[in-house]
Design a protein around this ligand. Structure first.
Ligand SMILES: Nc1nc2c(ncn2[C@@H]2O[C@H](COP(=O)(O)OP(=O)(O)O)[C@@H](O)[C@H]2O)c(=O)[nH]1
Ligand SMILES: [Mg+2]
Ligand SMILES: [Zn+2]
Length: 295
């Protein structure tokens, strides 16, 4: 019995990487597997090496998770990439992505790219946002795909795990993956066509990286948390809110009596920017909400 990981699934063609051999095989699912389940990139499979190029897949191991965009199983981490300038930072997009991936149970690493071209003003902005997201409990890494700054730290975060990259178009996701893995990914290409109605079923490939894998297709470039979950759930994916115990356990942190989260915002322990984005996310459901003093 041999273990492998599916690195590519393109139509009927399945590629299996066998770490033990350090080699790729053509995966052939046996009848019982084929009938039972579809196979995805990221699947851990067991089976037999039939010859020097063929892996007979006898079973798919239970999946930790299965992402639809990109279609990859067993994703451990998402690198949410943003820039401070060019394009300008969109904190609402960042917070939505963090909430959605949190909900999907995938650990997020926040990366600010293009630090090589920051203006003086931009540097200050960067420092501010690094503090906001670090204080919220995330790992935050400023990088430059251009100069390589910060990429050592990022590659440490990605060693031994399966990761994907998400974030707006043009922030440098493909550039960072290319720089890290040495694989040529098309840079400057807008691959978000699917969001404008056209459904291109882009195949994903997992690129081996430091004992783990990086997905070569981008995750979400924009999301609205409420398309994924109920408004009552959004607060659970602002990790810094979880440090506070409100009087009511179902407190939405809007203007309830005994809300410790709004008190923490007033005291400056929770970043106003994060709290405001939270309100914006659930806003259409809480039209009565009032502003918090000093925020
Ligand atoms: N100055 C600078 N430009 C970058 C950096 N990373 C990416 N770019 C440029 O930003 C543009 C978009 O990059 P790309 O990797 O295609 O972004 P993606 O849409 O997120 O995959 C390209 O013109 C890249 O050359 C960086 O760290 N510094
Ligand atoms: Mg790209
Ligand atoms: Zn509360």
């Amino acid at each position: 019995m041999v273990e492998g990981i599916v690195t590519e699934r393109a139509g009927q063609k399945i590629t299996v990487f066998v770490p033990e051999e350090g080699k790729y095989y053509r995966g052939i699912p046996l009848g019982k597997v084929r009938k039972k389940d579809r196979i995805y990139a990221g699947d851990r499979v067991t089976g037999r090496l039939v010859d020097s190029t063929t892996f007979a897949i006898e079973a798919i191991k239970e999946r930790k998770n299965l992402l639809v965009r990109p279609p990859i199983a067993n994703v451990d981490k998402v690198v949410v990439v943003a820039t401070i300038e060019s394009p300008p930072f969109q904190s609402y997009l960042m917070d939505n992505l963090l909430v959605v991936y949190g909900f999907l149970g995938i650990e997020a690493v926040v990366v600010f790219n293009k630090v090589d071209i920051l203006s003086e003003e931009g540097r200050k902005e960067l420092d501010k946002w690094v503090k906001v997201y670090s204080d919220a409990g995330y790992t935050v890494i400023p990088v430059s795909a251009e100069t390589g700054e910060g990429l050592d730290r990022l590659s440490e975060e990605l060693s031994g795990v399966t990761s994907i990259f998400a974030g707006a178009s043009g922030v440098g996701k493909s550039s960072i993956i290319s720089k890290l893995t040495g694989e040529h990914l098309r840079v400057g290409e807008v691959s978000e066509k699917t969001e404008r109605g056209r459904h291109t079923t882009r195949e994903v490939r997992l690129i081996p990286f430091k004992g783990g894998f990086i997905g070569d297709a981008p995750g979400f470039s924009r999301v609205e948390a409420l398309n994924f979950m109920d408004k009552e759930q959004v607060r659970l994916y602002f990790p810094e809110f979880l440090n506070y115990q409100c009087r009511f356990s179902d407190c939405l942190h809007v203007n309830e009596e005994g809300c410790e989260v709004t008190e923490a915002v007033k005291r400056g322990e929770i970043a106003c920017e994060r709290y405001k984005n939270y309100l914006k996310m659930i806003h259409e459901f809480v039209p009565w909400l009032s502003e918090v003093e000093g925020c």
